[in-house]
Design a protein around this ligand. Sequence first.
Ligand SMILES: Cc1cc2nc3c(=O)[nH]c(=O)nc-3n(C[C@H](O)[C@H](O)[C@H](O)COP(=O)(O)OP(=O)(O)OC[C@H]3O[C@@H](n4cnc5c(N)ncnc54)[C@H](O)[C@@H]3O)c2cc1C
Length: 307
Amino acid sequence: MKDLIIIGGGPAGIAASVYAARKRLTTVLIAEEIGGQSTVSEGIENWIGTVRISGEDLKKSFKEHINAYKGDVLEIIEGDRVEGLEKVEGGFSALTRDGKTFTARAVLLASGAGRRKLVAPGAEKFENMGVTYCASCDGPLFSGADVAVVGGGNAGLETAAQLLAYTKSVTLIHRHSTFKGDAITVEKVLAHPNMHTVLNSEPAEVLGDKFVSGLRVKDRTTGEETELPVSGIFVEIGVIPNTDFAKGVVELDEIGRVVTNPKNQHTSVDGIWAAGDCTDELYHQNNIAAGDAVKALEDIYQWLMTH
Ligand SMILES: Cc1cc2nc3c(=O)[nH]c(=O)nc-3n(C[C@H](O)[C@H](O)[C@H](O)COP(=O)(O)OP(=O)(O)OC[C@H]3O[C@@H](n4cnc5c(N)ncnc54)[C@H](O)[C@@H]3O)c2cc1C
């Protein structure tokens, strides 16, 4: 039985692996793919210590960092995924798609999340060609442009607020006629002179040639369609955490995120921690995922030494 199983190889899982290895904890890292969500990005400009790094280079640097510790204490399983997790005598057992079983005294869940994707003709074709799922990553590329935000929840409103700082205009497409977000934020965002809303509507088609040139939206009551000439479409319709294997093991919130104590990343179960986008952490960023994982590792180390 090892000390620790880390599930996930994004910034959270990689940071945890480095810390675990340096603390000489016997660890297995199981990751479907090393790198995490932002590896598809052309340029990441807020990974602290690098002015700009491509997603591919971030992935390479992650691999280089963990490979430096691979060996006696750190075992790396890439290309397999955890499909079951259960309590066993003295710890936990993770079962993988390839039929392997790993057991350890402690577990860190770092399996991240995927963005809920926009389902409309053209949405997939124009992903990263104007359709984007990360305003803080891609927003500055649309400086001075007319853009749309899809989604009227808090994330959509915050994205709109962020984009208003440098785009020419922001049009928010919302499925409902009223906003549920907190009143002050809603009022402040909607009062901006460059802010427009299309309510009770949803995207019908993403338009463009090589890049996005517009968005066709449909009124949900009248069926009437209008075309918005925009070059960027920011989709904020929710995230889907990768936590199916943890259902019934740890407490999850109503959308499947692992409920954690933000002081130490502990879950509802003694011996299991979680970090990054699979948790109920409010903000989704690489540095936050890595930082939360480091916090978890400090706590896991203390726990292992005292149990
Ligand atoms: C297009 C895009 C661009 C982004 N750009 C930026 C940016 O510029 N700056 C920034 O700070 N943030 C950016 N983000 C957000 C950032 O990528 C996430 O906040 C961050 O990746 C979360 O890290 P994580 O380790 O929690 O999870 P993830 O990055 O989601 O990694 C999850 C890991 O778990 C693995 N996994 C999932 N399920 C299983 C399983 N069952 N078994 C084994 N392994 C599993 C995956 O293969 C992956 O290795 C971007 C996000 C997107 C979508």
